[in-house]
Structure formats: structure tokens, C-alpha cells
Write a protein that binds this ligand. Structure first.
Ligand code: SAH
Length: 496
């Protein structure tokens, strides 16, 4: 097969600001070559076997030289691979996409360029600054903060005479020189200026001032690259148009301890509210195989009258096995299906099954409460679930009828690097830590180490329900809030 390179603009930072075409390229790629301004969340969209190559690019501190990047793209495409070169913003706006394209053209490699939203426009937007406005700016000018040849200087005389909005990229190291030269060349000292750091990301920071005091402000607030420098009257509109920073969870750092393969909708919900989700997965799901008991009960499914699912994992593993054995959802026949809550019911729906019973509260106690009214001694209940589950449900149901509990998976502690989280905790930057099951708190404590528990005493710990809360308290920790509905949405609303 012939290889191909896609030069893709990832957008300014918020990973949802990529184009549909860009996303398609990511999804079909064998290799993704990305740099630090492209949001890593996008890599989750790639195929399982996709290879990721980070080529860095902090200004002045290239992890991989441009010639080597060019060669890498060519070599991989020559091997017949689909390669995405994922770049922050737009590939052609100070992104050296043009050079990469020219090189590929010269080498006869098939390539396509997919534009992206440049930070020069999209970044301003998330800071509440429209790049043009009929009352204040009828043009805009995107300018590099430093030239290829450091000894050469921008034509500040011409730049200072422009009326439109000025946006400097890669200009932070040269900020003093830029503002000084603009003032010397006639720009009013009180022209509004904004500096936008990590634009469109949940940790975006913006400071504003005037041409003659912005350097001081930036120094005081310790604003670093990557940042955009915006100069012009449009900066004043920020007070009214600042939708992003006004989101309810903006500036909140929220730790998500859920398993990695299950955390994406939670993270998305946090992001949509402007919060910064910090992934710290404390559990991993390990299917118990071979599981002859499960195979047998699936084959004899018609002997049961009820089947109870207590988690999404349980549903997925059970149905995977059912399919592997050559059956489909019809095998459940007229079995009554019980789901612990709405998320598990959604997972069932995806398998073509509508749950017959969902208890009022999403815990084992309430499943029992609901079922004890309908179960007869001749009934037979199947519960495919986690090895780590509490015995309450099985113990109590067994007093009424026959119950087959089949342990189909166990939760284990993944290898996670706690350095990052400890750093956040030491700097007192974490606002919330969320726990979605007892195992998440157990493993969290395990990974963090009991000696570090002191560090989370002042952090708001949020729990999905009473069982998890009880476990949190067993470590001598305080539960800040418990979800009133025992779901991710419930958890989110108690943070809001
Ligand atoms: N192709 C990119 C720009 C690459 S040059 C684009 O179209 O946006 C790198 C410079 O872009 C950085 O030094 C910074 O000035 C700016 N930049 C890119 N993304 C940014 C972001 N999210 N926040 C602030 N500045 C950003």
C-alpha cells in the first residue's frame, strides 16, 4: 500500500477544536508525530496499534530537529504507512508545515494538508477577545515575535502605524523589545494589551494591561510561553465576551481516579464545564479467564429467571463472552434483566437489551429491596460481577432463592506515576479528588502511600455514593460531598 502524510492542524488546545477531517486522519493513521502544542487527548482517538512519536518543540528547545522530523515523515510514509503530523493551531501559521510539505513534495511523497484553527484567532476567542470588531479594529496582523535570524529586527515603524489588532506569536522572550519599539514608533502608551498563556486549555491564564505596564505585569504574574500577545482596543471587550473563563468549573483542578478506559465521558463533562481533569487512574479491569463457570451459565442461560448487572464492565465482559460462544442478545430470551443504575442500563442498551428493573438508588441494598418483592423460592438468579464486590447482595438474595454469582473480572492497581500528582498536591493546586467506587479510594491510598495522606486532608474529596464514602472515612479522611444520585452526573453536580 502507498503511504501518505497528513499535515494536520490540531487547533489551539481545546481538543474539540480540531476539524472533522483532522480527526479522520488521526483515526486512520499508523503513526502520529506530534508536538507539545497539540493536545494529547487527541491521541486517544487513534487506532490501538498506532505508534506515537513526540517531537517536542518548546521554542528554542527542539526535541527533534526539523530535518529529522522531515526525514521521519518521509521514511514512515515510504514504508507504506499512513502518517499524521499533528501540529498545534494551523500547520501553516508559524508551524513550519510549509517546509514539511515542500520536503515531501521534493521526495515524491503523497501528502495532504488539513487546516486548523490557529491560536492567533481561536486563542483570543477563548480569552474573550474578538480579533476584529467594527468599532475597534478593521484588520488584524499576525506577527512572529522573533525572526529566523536573531540579529534582524521586525519593521516596527510599519507595524506601529497599523490600526488593526496586532497578535504576536512566539514573542514572550522579546516582549520588552516589542512594546518598547512600538511606543518609540508612535503607538499610544495606553493601548490595551493582553497576554494569553495556554489559550483554550482548562489552565488558560490571561493578564491584561497597557503597552507601558504589561512587561511589569507579566513579570509579576510569572506568565511564561506559550503565550499570545494581543495589542489593540479589542482587548477591552474581554469583560463582556469572556464565556470560557466564566464557565462554572474554570480554574478547578479535578482528579479523576476512574479506570482509564472508562474515564473519557467523565473527563469530557468536566472539560465542558471548563474544569481541568487530571487523570490518575487507580483501577484497571482484569478479566478472569478462562472462566468455564461463565461459559456454562451462558450456555444454560434459560435455566435462570433473573440476571443482575452491577457495572458496565460486567456487561461488556459478559456479552463479549456470549458473542464468542456464538450467541447474541436473543440468548437472554425472557430472562428478567436487572441493572444497578442508568449507566449500566445504557451499556446494556448498546448490546440490544432493555433493563427491566433499575432500583431507585444505585446500590446493592436497593437491588435487594426491589427484588425481594418479586422473587419466589423457585427463581434462579445469575450475577456476573467483580471479584472485589461486596457479599451483601448475594448473601441476602440467597435467603430467598438460588443464586449463581460468577466472578468475571477483578480490579487491579495499574502502574501510575504519582510524581505529577504529588507536585500538584504540594503546590496546593488540587481542588477536588473524585472517587467512583471503594476500590478507587483503596487503590488511591495504596498508590499515594499512607505517609502522603496528610496532603489530601485539605482537598475536597467527592464520593459517588454511601459505600464509597464509608470507605473514604475509614482512612480517617473527610468526605466533602456525596452525590445524591449515584452516577457520574450526580458526582458532577455536587462539584458544580
Ligand atoms: N501553528 C500554531 C503556532 C505555532 S508557533 C498556531 O497556528 O497556533 C508557536 C507559538 O504559537 C507559541 O509560541 C505561542 O505564541 C503561540 N501559541 C500556540 N498555541 C498557543 C496556546 N494554546 N496558547 C498560547 N499561545 C499559543
Amino acid at each position: 500500500m502507498k503511504g501518505k502524510v497528513y499535515l494536520v492542524g490540531a487547533g489551539p488546545g481545546d481538543y474539540k477544536l480540531i476539524t472533522i477531517k483532522g480527526l479522520e486522519a488521526i483515526r486512520k493513521s499508523d503513526i502520529i508525530v506530534y508536538d507539545r502544542l497539540a493536545n494529547e487527548n487527541l491521541l486517544k482517538e487513534a487506532k490501538d496499534e498506532c505508534e506515537f512519536i513526540y517531537v517536542g518543540k518548546k521554542s528554542n528547545n527542539h526535541t527533534m530537529k526539523q530535518v529529522d522530523i522531515n526525514k521521519l515523515l518521509k521514511d514512515k510514509a515510504s514504508e507504506g504507512k499512513i502518517v499524521t503530523r499533528l501540529k498545534g493551531g494551523d500547520p501553516y501559521v508559524f508551524g513550519r508545515g510549509g517546509e514539511e510539505g515542500e520536503y515531501l513534495y521534493k521526495k515524491g511523497i503523497d501528502f495532504e494538508v488539513i487546516p486548523g484553527i490557529t491560536s492567533a484567532i481561536g486563542g483570543l476567542c477563548y480569552a474573550g477577545i474578538p480579533i476584529t470588531n467594527r468599532n475597534y479594529a478593521s484588520s488584524f496582523h499576525v506577527i512572529t515575535g522573533h525572526l529566523k535570524d536573531d540579529n534582524k529586527e521586525l519593521d516596527f515603524k510599519s507595524i506601529a502605524s497599523l490600526d488593526g489588532t496586532l497578535v504576536f506569536l512566539m514573542g514572550m522572550r522579546n516582549l520588552k523589545n516589542i512594546v518598547d519599539k512600538l511606543i518609540i514608533n508612535g503607538k499610544e502608551k495606553d493601548t490595551p494589551v493582553a497576554i494569553i498563556n495556554w489559550a483554550t486549555r482548562p489552565y488558560q491564564r490571561v493578564v491584561s494591561g497597557k503597552l507601558d505596564n504589561i512587561v511589569e505585569i507579566v513579570k509579576k504574574e510569572k506568565i511564561k510561553p506559550p503565550s499570545l500577545i494581543v495589542i489593540g482596543e479589542v482587548v477591552n471587550l474581554r469583560d463582556k465576551l469572556n464565556f470560557f473563563e466564566n464557565k462554572r468549573l474554570f480554574k478547578k483542578n479535578i482528579v479523576v481516579t476512574r479506570a482509564k478506559h472508562q474515564n473519557s465521558s467523565f473527563i469530557e463533562k468536566i472539560n465542558n464545564l471548563g474544569g481541568n481533569a487530571i487523570e490518575f487512574p487507580t483501577i484497571e479491569i482484569d478479566e478472569i479467564i478462562p472462566n468455564e463457570k461463565l461459559a456454562k451459565s451462558i450456555k444454560n442461560l434459560n435455566e435462570y429467571s433473573y440476571i443482575i448487572f452491577t457495572s458496565i464492565n460486567g456487561v461488556n465482559i459478559f456479552f463479549d463472552r456470549l458473542y464468542k460462544l456464538g450467541f447474541d442478545c436473543r440468548k437472554l430470551g425472557d430472562l428478567k434483566v436487572v441493572s444497578i443504575g442508568p449507566s449500566t442500563a445504557e451499556a446494556l442498551k448498546a448490546k440490544g437489551i432493555k433493563a427491566d428493573i433499575i432500583p431507585k438508588k444505585y446500590v446493592g441494598e436497593h437491588i435487594f429491596k426491589t427484588l425481594k418483592k418479586v422473587l419466589k423460592p423457585k427463581d434462579k438468579v445469575l450475577i456476573p460481577r467483580s471479584l472485589n464486590a461486596r457479599s451483601y447482595l448475594v448473601d441476602n438474595l440467597s435467603n430467598i432463592c438460588s443464586v449463581d454469582e460468577i466472578k468475571i473480572y477483578k480490579t487491579v492497581t495499574p502502574k501510575v506515576d504519582k510524581k505529577n500528582l504529588l507536585e500538584y498536591l504540594d503546590k496546593e493546586l488540587i481542588d477536588y479528588i473524585t472517587f467512583t467506587s471503594s476500590s478507587t479510594i483503596d487503590n488511591f491510598v495504596n498508590i499515594l502511600g499512607t505517609k502522603n495522606l496528610e496532603k489530601i486532608k485539605s482537598v475536597k474529596l467527592v464520593s459517588i455514593g454511601p459505600i464509597t464514602s464509608k470507605r473514604i472515612k475509614s482512612y480517617g479522611l473527610k468526605v466533602y460531598k456525596q452525590a445524591s444520585e449515584y452516577t457520574i452526573d450526580g458526582l458532577i453536580s455536587c462539584i458544580e
